[in-house]
Design a protein around this ligand. Sequence first.
Ligand code: ADP
Ligand code: MG
Length: 697
Amino acid sequence: MANIFETNIEYLKGVGPIRGELLQKELQIFNFGDLIQHYPFRYEDRSKIQNIRDLNEDLQFVQVRAKVIRATTIGAGKGKRFVVNVEDRTGTLELVWFQGIHFVEKKIKIGQEYLVFGKPNFFGRTFNVVHPELELWTDDKVLSGFLQPVYNITDKLRTHFVDSKSIFGMQKNLLDIVKKDIHETLPLYLKEKYRLVSKADALQWIHIPESAQQLKEATRRLKFEELFYVQLKLVSENRNHKTKYKGFIFNKLPLLQKFYGEFLPFDLTNAQKKVIKEIRADVTGGFQMNRLLQGDVGSGKTMVAFICMLMAIDSDTQACIMAPTEILAEQHFQGLSKYCEQLDIQLELLTGSTKVAKRRQIHEDLESGNLKIIVGTHALLEDKVKFKKLGMCVIDEQHRFGVAQRAKLWKKNDDIHPHVLVMTATPIPRTLAMTVYGDLDISVIDELPPGRKPISTSAKTDASRLVVFGFVREQIALGRQVYFVYPLIEESERQDLKDLMDGFEAITRYFKDEAIGILHGRMKAADKDFEMKRFVKGETKIMVATTVIEVGVNVPNASVMVIENAERFGLAQLHQLRGRVGRGADKSYCILMHKDRISKESKIRIQTMCDTTDGFKIADVDLQLRGPGELAGTKQSGVLDLLIANLAQDQEIIREARHCAQEIVDKDPEFNAPEHRNIKNHLSALKKTTTNWSRIS
Ligand code: ADP
Ligand code: MG
């Protein structure tokens, strides 16, 4: 059955073969369906005319009715421009063209009145408008367009006289013929429950809104639909995965009980207990676990990881924990050693620098199954590393590992995949997490262990450097240790390295009597290790470093973190860095040094850091500032190609859509119920367009 939305775009009234080809090439609009989904990205009020006198800097756009009093071509070659002076009863305005001069020159007539539309720029006391839209003014002109849609256009289209207005015209023509063929795509009960307008109205109103209310309703409806289908896909995939991959069943508890009864060093927080319960349900359920554990720095993820590993060992399988750096792997190794000794479990460490003989021994012991727990780095991923029966795999600090690496771990067993727990200390808002990590279940530790003293954070300009140094000296006298961190975003950037070395020298000069260490990415692994160990042992009081210390290092006695050029760091990074202090019993401080004049965004970042230590709040600000595409781990995810919804702004709708999708998939996974007929139809239509797409491109 032919579907009108698959009609080639060139057959639409007002398009034709030449424009049709342009639309395909420039905007990937191949057919009617593509055009109708080319939504406006903004709306302008074209129903009002302003007085030139009333223009001000805050106006995004202006529309004035003005008479041309002078037109001049100025300069030559590249600097050539065409300047037109216009006036209304209240003042004068300059219009400027750098391109298409020839065309405008011919069109403009002195003494003639025009309707001028564009973005005003402010210069001292006058305004100009570059490349405005012009329309001859006639007295019978009726101003409508209170919400004039603005469409994305490319330069190439513009030079072929296809502008936003032409697209608007095409949309009108299209809606005239297809409106009656627009089917509802949501179940009617959802539409009612959330008071959503019909799909047909939504499409009509998104392109041709007659009131702000209509536009609002249309936008909400289309966003909901888009997010609902994204979530439906994710939830279905997740369900398929869970019903497809069998998992080890961990139903014995001897070691875990012993550990709880005799050695648990502190009461678990409620958040830790809740997460352990969620994991327990997974590993006794018969299917493979793939779970993301989000928890702020210091929230106690390691203990959760250890308890998971005990569950695995209790049921005669092995467990591993993988960290992104050697320092971190070693830290986990040391941290877990104590517990393992208490329980009489052998524990080994495997990294790139493990000696050959030792490595061979470890390989053998893993393969024979004698070795139950291994801590390591990427070295664990090597094919040579074979397990007898790997039951639980913990990956720390997710953002450094890709999906491919996770898959490599799954395949360590021939038959049953190990359970996988991915831990991250870079919180991202839950709504984003459930979209970006759609294939993982998510647990959150949203509570810190008791007794933590909050970290006091302040911002200082470089002028206060001596005061800061003085404060640091006091803290060292109290027995504390201090980090100075420099930006080195690209480890190869010369200027950054120089700043670091200069800073190191200045600090050495000021703190003459203190032992000072330095750590940066260009140092050899052995040297880094040496410096880090000296600091951990307290032999050095000050560590001057780059962001290599960002991830996970634990030195409880370090209580001051000074971040240099804080304006250059992203929020996630600042938060991670600050997490390096506040791990011991002492009151901790984070001092953000910054230049006198910094950008508005940098100001917001620094202010946010001073205002809160809640990683989820910080992540949310980060999301608003940068958009979802820039957040850690989201880049590879295709789900970000949304037509109308916005993962940063539409969190409430995402939550609702997710909830609906989950309910439907739980109840009716194949969408066979009569009330889900619209879903089934829409999914099969979507499938069809996807195949068409791949054929075309
Ligand atoms: P992260 O989540 O950043 O990996 P860690 O697991 O390193 O945090 O824990 C930070 C510190 O808090 C460790 O010293 C750990 O022993 C301690 N800790 C963890 N859980 C608790 C708890 N329930 N009560 C008290 N201290 C805890
Ligand atoms: Mg950790």
